[in-house]
Structure formats: C-alpha cells, structure tokens
Ligand binder design. Sequence first.
Ligand code: NAD
Length: 252
Amino acid sequence: MITDIDRAAEIIHNAKSLIALTGAGISTESGIPDFRSAEGLWQKYDPAEYGTIQAFHANPEKVWRMLFDMVDLARNARPNPGHTALSELEKMNILKCIITQNIDNLHQEAGSVNVIEYHGNVSRLECLQCGTRYGDGDMDIGTIASGRVPPRCTRCGVILKPTVIFFGETIPRDAMDRSNSAAQSADAVLVVGTSAVVYPAAGIPLIAKQNRAVIIEFNIEATDLTRYGTDIFIQGKSGTTLPEIVRRIKSS
Ligand code: NAD
C-alpha cells in the first residue's frame, strides 16, 4: 500500500523547485517551546504586553526581560534531526530555500545555506532612533543576555532592539520579496511546524498553491491550512518525519 509519506517522498524527490516554510514547531525538539506549549514563553509573557512594537517603544527595559529569556533559549539549543534533514535536502540539490519564521538560527547551525529569515534574527541589533545596525561582530548577544542589561546605541545612547519582527512591524522588504518570488516559482512546498495563522508568512503556501504547487504539511496536529490548502498531511514530530523522507529518497 502506498502511504502519504511514500507519496510525499516521491513528490519531494521529483520536485524542480522545492521550498520550505518553517515555524516554531520545528525547534520544539531542540528545547525551544512554541507559542502554544503549556511551558511556552507566551504563558509567561503576554504577547500583547511584550510582543508588540508599541510595547517596545513604551517600555524597552520590560520587553528586554522577555528578550533575555529568548536569547538564552536560542543559545542553549542545538539543531535537531528535523533541521538536519532540511539541510541534507539542500545538499542533495532538492531544496532551494527555507523561509523561516524562527529567530533561533538553528537552520544555519544545521548547515542550511539559503535561509530567508522572515521574522528577523535575535542576535543582530538596531537603533530605532539613528538607524545604526549592530552585527554579531559588534555586540555579542550572549554576553548582553548574561549581563541582563539592555544594550544601548554607541552613537545616541538609546536602548537597541533586536532585528526580530514584533507584532505591528512590517516584514523586511528583502525577505518579503525573496520569499514571494520563491513561492511563485515553487512546484512543491514543505510547511513544517507552523500553526499558519501569522500573516503574511501564512500566505506563502497559498501564493505557491495559486501556481499549482503541491503543499506537504508536517505537523503534530491539523491546522487551518490542513483544511484549506494542504495536499498531503504528514502527522508526527518533524524530527522523525523529515528524516524519514530523506531516508526514503536516499534508498529509492
Ligand atoms: P506556533 O507556536 O503558532 O505553532 C507551532 C506549530 O508547530 C503548531 O501547529 C504545533 O502543532 C506544531 N508543532 C509543535 N511541535 C512540533 C513538532 N515536534 N513537529 C511538528 N510540528 C510541531 O508557531 P509559528 O506558526 O511559528 O508562529 C508563531 C511565531 O512565533 C513566529 O512568528 C515565530 O517567529 C515565533 N516563535 C519563534 C520561535 C523560534 O524561533 N524557535 C519560538 C516561538 C515562537
């Protein structure tokens, strides 16, 4: 009997332009809770109080308390077999790019090269007043998080913001353009570990679907996308299901 995972492996193997959209779920097996988990960050920090750009403007010191916890989580995490499987698919010349909503850098640590950070990165900082940007070489986010003192702009003294996208902010133009163009030319999309409710990221599989791409979703439970967009739903932990796909492709 041909199973959904057999069909998915075959489509992935034969795809000419395969892309992946990943969300917090791919990193839960690395120890970073997603939005919904009982022990998730958002149980401790209300998104309306800590996750909006208005909250950051109103009280950056308070929002940095959540950011310090986020940095600690990301820095202590290591890629899991789900991240590694996507990196292997890229090395096999099958996967063209990953569009990730995550800010944890785990795709890059797993060896993926073509990664579009749709919601930014927690370790790069920017000054909202004078526009100065600070990369890894300028300020070490790990040291900052250990000190628990919000970093300030060396030019104007204002508290810096990580380049993560808060609710109420727009997606960086470059990430948006590259993602839309990848979605428009995709013939198959892997949607991994995302509840697919945060727009515009959730619209990416739909852009691809308009151009007849096959949507293959990997999640532990059904989402809205499962009902209105997904062609093949692979239920289970992505740290198990994605490596299984790679194993089948290698042995075919
Ligand atoms: P979400 O929390 O809304 O949804 C996570 C999804 O992953 C759920 O549908 C859940 O069923 C699924 N899931 C959980 N564990 C899984 C597993 N092992 N295998 C497969 N699926 C699994 O997250 P989202 O859709 O990414 O959107 C929320 C926003 O939260 C994003 O903007 C993201 O930037 C941010 N966020 C990022 C991180 C991170 O960087 N790791 C962590 C938490 C939240």
